[in-house]
Design a binder for this molecule. Structure first.
Ligand SMILES: [Zn+2]
Length: 162
């Protein structure tokens, strides 16, 4: 475990173990939904991510192609869209006991730069390959360009729930 600070939170994390688990993980959650928002995301991730976010994922040992959850939220402006998602990684938060209890989707996000906001929290019942392991969740909100040659949805589809 190495100690680092991300988005105002002190965390300990294990890059090697995280990398081994990502080898077993299925492809990213956007593949479970074929709405235009998710197909647009597929064209951007991972090379089109803002550099600040790419560096953060790399430092945590996260495979950027294998997000655990992904949601298209809304158009964010001319030719842009807002996304929310989650990546898992192995680690612990020594300060977690001092945090108020929250549930996924109600986190307080900190700006990372590059129009990305992140939140790190313990993942009490992580799914799939993370199950039973000391997992943290990296939640993100991110504005990305709209590359598809089709209109953006004004409201996301119900199935686009990661
Ligand atoms: Zn979708």
């Amino acid at each position: 475990m190495i100690s680092t600070k991300v988005a105002e939170r002190r965390i300990n994390h294990d890059v090697g173990r995280t990398g081994r688990i990502y080898k077993m993980a299925p492809k990213g959650s956007s593949w479970a939904c074929r709405c235009s928002g998710c197909r647009n995301f597929d064209q951007i991730r991972p090379n089109g991510y803002p550099i600040e976010f790419k560096l953060l994922l790399k430092s945590l040992g996260i495979n950027p192609k294998k997000e655990a959850h992904l949601k298209y939220i809304v158009p964010a402006g001319e030719g842009e869209a807002l996304y929310a998602g989650t990546y898992g990684f192995i680690g612990e938060m020594p300060e977690a006991k001092e945090l108020p209890p929250v549930i996924a989707g109600q986190d307080v996000f900190e700006p990372l730069g590059g129009r990305v906001w992140v939140s790190i929290r313990p993942w009490r019942e992580p799914p799939g390959v993370w199950y039973g392991k000391p997992t943290l969740r990296l939640e993100f909100l991110m504005v990305l360009p709209w590359l598809l040659d089709e209109e953006q949805l004004e409201v996301r589809e119900m199935r686009c729930a990661g």
